[in-house]
Design a protein around this ligand. Structure first.
Ligand code: M6R
Length: 367
């Protein structure tokens, strides 16, 4: 049942190229220039009237929402607010009929996310669900559904569901941009072409895991660790950190790199591992200066970046891992993969139950 893999989590990490392809299938027209979402009830007129977007979810699905929100803002220029469902549902969020609420849930059964959906509908908003389980409560109650085609996810730690949610967000953001005319046909075709290359790029990451495995065995000996990044790298840092603590039980925190000196820098001491995500070129220089700050306090820094920056970064960091190059907005679909592997191998090195971490359930149906 694990298809020759030692754990469901590893199997599911390896299923990602297939999940990306399946989630894109039939949603891009044959010319490769347009997004087609034929099942959507949202009319073009309605799409043009949306004046703000709320993205609501829990845990890893929330982290996918952070990436999705940033991509919508960038491609469609609509204000987006992301929140965790357990907060959103109780704080009377400002929802109007022109708010589009997107709920994200692998299982489609998370109690807080379902309650957030109901709160949004009660306030007249159109609710779009991105979910992996057809026929789930959230899929049934939402006004629209974009299914992720990740296939059943068994491991408690979510991997292929997260990346499939990213693909769904890319498709939907492009669709919004297409209808509202905020991106040219050329630009949309350009992003689609880059999306088509993602599955093979993930395969290339999965074909070379030795360095990540060795690094995981190194961090498995530590009790505290930090992830830093800016922009989309920060969103992925949050996910990498959650994955690691969830299954390795190593205390880890993710920080927006520029926030460090507002408090957290006090925790950086000799040999503390810091994982610096440095894939977003527009803020690379800024991230490098934050790397230097932690290095100066003795941190042991690993950078995740693109091949072209490795030589330069190695002047400031202890180790660097390269991921294949794609468009900045698509990078999370690649950069998260080594972090999933890192969590997996760190958990393994610590002798934990990888697929069933302590205290956690796969589906959180109570609040
Ligand atoms: O089924 P959902 O996507 O609604 O679940 C949300 C979270 O409980 C889930 O993503 C959780 O954070 C994962 N265990 C993380 O790996």
């Amino acid at each position: 049942e694990k298809g020759g893999f030692a754990h469901f989590m590893l199997k599911e990490i390896h299923e990602q190229p297939r999940a990306y392809r399946d989630t894109m299938l039939g949603r891009i027209d044959e010319s490769g220039r347009r997004i087609i979402l034929p099942d959507l009830h949202l009319t073009d007129e309605k799409i043009r009237s949306i004046n703000n977007v709320h993205i609501v979810a829990c845990g890893t699905a929330f982290h996918a929402g952070l990436v999705g929100g940033a991509v919508i803002e960038r491609l469609v220029r609509i204000p987006v607010m992301c929140d965790v469902a357990s907060e959103y549902r109780y704080r009377s969020p400002l929802i109007t009929p022109d708010t589009l609420v997107i709920v994200v849930s692998q299982s489609g059964e998370t109690a807080d996310t379902l309650a957030a959906l109901r709160e949004a509908q009660a306030n007249g908003a159109h609710v779009l669900a991105i979910t992996n389980v057809v026929g789930s409560s959230i899929a049934r109650d939402a006004d629209d559904v974009i299914s992720t085609l990740a296939g059943p996810e068994i491991a408690v730690a979510s991997t292929k569901a997260y990346t499939s949610q990213l693909i769904a967000f890319y498709l939907f953001s492009l669709y919004l941009a297409q209808v509202r005319g905020t991106q040219s046909a050329e630009e949309i075709a350009h992003v689609i072409a880059a999306m088509h290359a993602l599955p093979e790029q993930v395969e290339s990451i999965l074909a070379n895991v030795d360095a990540i495995k060795a690094y995981a065995e190194h961090i498995a000996k530590h009790e505290d660790l930090f992830f830093i990044g800016r922009g989309l790298d920060y969103a992925v840092a949050l996910e990498g950190s959650l994955k690691l603590k969830e299954i390795s039980y190593i205390h880890s925190e993710a920080y927006a790199a520029g926030e460090l000196k507002h408090g957290t820098l006090a925790l950086i001491e000799e040999d503390v591992p810091v994982i610096a995500l440095a894939t977003q070129e527009s803020v690379l220089e800024k991230t490098v200066s934050n790397i230097k700050e932690v290095k100066a306090r003795g941190a042991d820094v690993m950078a995740l970046t693109h091949e072209e920056h490795v030589t330069d970064l190695l002047k400031s960091v202890d180790q660097a891992f390269a991921i294949p190059k794609t468009l900045p907005i698509l990078t999370p679909a690649l950069s998260v993969v080594p972090l999933q592997l890192l969590a997996y191998y760190a958990s393994l090195a610590r002798g934990n139950d990888v697929d069933k971490p302590r205290n956690l359930a796969k589906s959180v149906t109570v609040e």
